[in-house]
Design a binder for this molecule. Structure first.
Ligand code: AMP
Ligand code: ZN
Length: 460
């Protein structure tokens, strides 16, 4: 992705599929949202304005199922998880999208697309009362997901209609646009010219991208699982109903794995931000892990990786603090840097990596090489100030909030207890025990510095 050019040369318009608000988003979801955030930051710091639209999926099979299981009205239930999503995004330093429309807030727009598709012969109402998209009516169906049109049995696609939201490539079928009301949907239905029901999942993104970005826009993004059927179906709906190209480029983020395996509740390897914070990792460390992997490759998440991220951030934080002291200037913020659009100078190689298909691991490699030779305290103030801007340009592109290495950190009680025990062992000259406890602290990600009258704990 050599910087994607905006169609009008001024503002890059992009759409991201947002969260399904039926539970707390997991760290895999946040891989995608963080990478999209890095993309936006690189574009904006590179000098283009953006219009970023990201939807909230608040009506689908999962939100209805879970809200009913909790005995809560759908809107109350999804509002709770939307708030949680916003809080997690803020903790992970993700910029808020410029528009964040929800599916329930755009029923009329979705009905309008269904009507257009019926009028143009791309959709039909079946005997079960639902309205389906007729795949055989759209010659380009399958291009994004590289489906082989030759082997697609178009006669069969209509016979094996898909009325669930998620299915795989082996089950290509006419897909549902409007689902007729069923008892299991409870009170979650709307009136339509085709009877009461609710929209199919794929429809909402066509309706909302069209409303806020028009027939043709620059870029559309999501996790790689969305290529089929969600994005394939979206393209079909948008192009057939609205004309235009829909998205000119597609940008998919490869999945995050945990300890080499797909995340799943049954494997017990599905982490949320809260769970990591309970283990005393910071949101910044998670952001570092998520932002520092190349988006086209799978990212294998491990707790050891979180520890490494914590030490890397501490190192960067220390360098930042030294620069701040030497520069004696106002702290450069994201907005300042977007406005000033400074040259990357000493960090030119890192910036070039970001511009070259968002190669974030390479960019960080360049950052660590560059800071190795620099001693901020020895620089004249003006030079330090310029360097601080250049360094912050890369940190802000990655959205890394750096810790203050000298700030008092909150030490969890269990860590403090081990440290106290070690200090006592040391006073009793039980060196073997003291060493063993030092090792245990290190395993938990803490370092202990011994002073004359006491100890200091620091994250490593
Ligand atoms: P959802 O809330 O399920 O609609 O997903 C929100 C976003 O997270 C979508 O863009 C998904 O493609 C993405 N996503 C889901 N699982 C993962 C994963 N394991 N790694 C990266 N992205 C994911
Ligand atoms: Zn979508």
């Amino acid at each position: 992705m050599k910087p994607v050019q905006a169609e009008d040369g001024k503002q890059l318009r992009f759409y991201c599929c947002g969260p399904t608000v039926y539970a707390a988003a997991h760290i895999g979801n946040f891989r995608t949202f963080v990478v999209q955030d890095v993309f936006r930051r690189v574009v904006e710091l590179g000098g283009l304005r953006t219009k970023h639209v990201r939807n909230i999926t608040d009506v689908d099979d999962k939100t209805i199922r879970n809200s009913q299981a909790q005995g809560m009205p759908l809107q109350e239930y999804t509002a709770k998880w939307t708030d949680k999503f916003h809080a997690d995004c803020a903790a992970l330093n993700c910029l808020a999208p410029h528009v964040e429309p929800s599916a329930v807030g755009h029923i009329a727009e979705q009905l309008d697309i269904v009507q257009k598709l019926i009028d143009k012969g791309h959709a039909y109402q079946s005997e079960d009362g639902s309205v389906y998209f007729r795949i055989s009516s759209y010659a380009d169906y399958g291009r994004l997901a590289h489906l082989d049109r030759q082997t697609l049995d178009l006669g069969k696609t209509a016979e094996t209609r898909a009325d669930v939201d998620e299915y795989d490539k082996d089950s290509v079928a006419d897909f549902v646009l409007w689902k007729a009301r069923r008892p299991e949907d409870g009170p979650n239905y709307w009136d339509s010219p085709w009877g009461q029901g609710r929209p199919g999942w794929h429809l909402e993104c066509s309706a909302m991208s069209h409303k806020y970005l028009g027939d043709t826009f620059d870029l559309h993004s999501g996790g790689v699982d969305l290529v089929f059927p969600h994005h394939e179906n979206e393209i079909a709906q948008s192009r057939c109903a609205c004309g235009g190209e829909s998205a000119r480029h597609w940008f998919h983020v490869t999945h995050l794995l945990v300890d080499g395996a797909k995340m799943s509740k049954s494997l017990g390897n599905m982490y949320t931000l809260d769970q990591l914070q309970e283990m005393s990792y910071t949101p910044a460390a998670l952001r570092y892990v998520l932002a520092s992997a190349y988006y086209r490759r799978p990212l294998n998440f491990t707790l050891a990786g979180m520890k490494d991220a914590t030490s890397a951030l501490n190192k960067l934080g220390r360098f930042d603090k030294e620069l701040a002291k030497a520069a004696a200037a106002k702290e450069p913020t994201y907005r300042d840097l977007v406005k000033a659009h400074p040259e990357p100078g000493a960090f030119a190689a890192a910036w070039a990596s970001l511009e070259d298909d968002l190669n974030t691991p390479e960019a960080l490699g360049h950052v660590f090489s560059a800071i190795k030779g620099i001693k901020p305290a020895e620089l004249p103030a003006q030079e330090a100030a310029a360097l601080w801007q250049q360094f912050r340009l890369i940190m802000e592109a990655l959205g890394l909030q750096l810790p203050d290495p000298d700030a008092d950190i909150e030490v969890p009680e269990d860590i403090k207890a081990i440290a106290d025990e070690r200090w006592a062992a040391r006073l009793a000259k039980d060196w073997a025990k003291a060493d063993e406890l030092r090792g245990r602290l290190a395993e938990l990600g803490w370092g202990m510095k011994d002073g004359k009258d006491g100890y200091k704990l620091a994250k490593i």
